[in-house]
Design a protein around this ligand. Structure first.
Ligand code: CDP
Ligand code: CDP
Length: 240
């Protein structure tokens, strides 16, 4: 039965739907997708965590970040497992070992866009993401979800936010770290990663033609989730 009341969405008759959220770094995708999935009783799929986990392994294995063949082979022999977790959203396992906290390290931030521009790496990651997507009922977020991974997703959102606000939000997260980067350094890192992600040849970061743009520069987390829920309800009413 469908219940479209203000604060609750029952999608029991639409269990197989996929909600795709794409956007630049620190635009609020993970937070929004995680909370949305909780509200809907869906699975949250953090595809960035997969590219980060692989980058962590490449760094540990001292693989040359320009060696596309080695990176592609590494992707094929690597087992990444994502486990839904209440507080952090997702626990990340690399070849059976939990590595959730280390995938946000500065070295991973620095190299992840190089690893994820490799065609062979993306092929393997997308294969795994589609496998997870088969169950339906997921909120997936990343850079190419609406364009490449799930082009048939019932709901597509492209989340944007000004670079200044994104840098401020990410810096607030990182300021506990030692040594703590400056706001300027965080802004430069996000900006470079966005550029690499947008300009790469394979599956660049871009809005799917049928995605709805949501700018959350001046929205709180709760307001962002509410807006997304509204988009989901409206989109579903039009496809039911
Ligand atoms: O959380 P943040 O926005 O900083 O990054 P993320 O979503 O964890 O993604 C880290 C990096 O993985 C991105 O900068 C992209 O280079 C890559 N990525 C990708 O290429 N495709 C995806 N579907 C998700 C992430
Ligand atoms: O996944 P992505 O890199 O796009 O962003 P995120 O990790 O979800 O969000 C980056 C930071 O912005 C987090 O600390 C969120 O709590 C915060 N945020 C916010 O303050 N207001 C929003 N409307 C959305 C996210």
């Amino acid at each position: 039965m469908k219940n479209l009341s203000e604060n609750y969405v029952s999608l029991s008759d639409k269990k197989s739907i996929i909600i795709a959220i794409d956007g630049p770094a620190a635009s609020g995708k993970s937070t929004t997708a995680h909370l949305l999935a909780k509200r809907l009783g869906y699975l949250y799929l953090d595809t960035g965590a997969m590219y980060r986990a692989l980058t962590w392994k490449a760094l540990n294995d001292r693989i040359d970040m320009n060696d596309k063949r080695s990176l592609s082979e590494l992707a094929k022999r690597t087992k990444i497992h994502l486990e839904p977790e209440g507080r952090v959203g997702t626990k990340v396992y690399l070849d059976g070992k939990e590595i959730t906290s280390v995938i946000r390290f500065p070295q991973v931030n620095k190299y992840v866009s190089l690893v994820s521009m490799v065609r062979g790496v993306r092929k393997e990651m997308v294969r795994q993401q589609r496998e997870i997507g088969k169950r339906g009922g997921i909120v997936a977020e990343g850079r190419d979800i609406g364009t490449v991974v799930f082009p048939g997703a019932e709901v597509k959102i492209f989340l944007t936010c000004s670079l200044k606000e994104r840098a401020w939000r990410r810096w607030k997260e990182e300021k506990e770290r030692n040594p703590c980067p400056t706001k300027k350094e965080v802004e430069a890192e996000l900006s470079l990663r966005d550029k690499l992600d947008k300009e790469r040849e394979v599956s660049p970061l871009k809005k799917a033609e049928d995605a709805i743009v949501l700018d959350n520069t001046f929205l709180s987390i709760d307001e962002t989730v509410e807006k997304v829920l509204k988009i989901v309800k409206n989109s579903l009413q039009s496809v039911v």
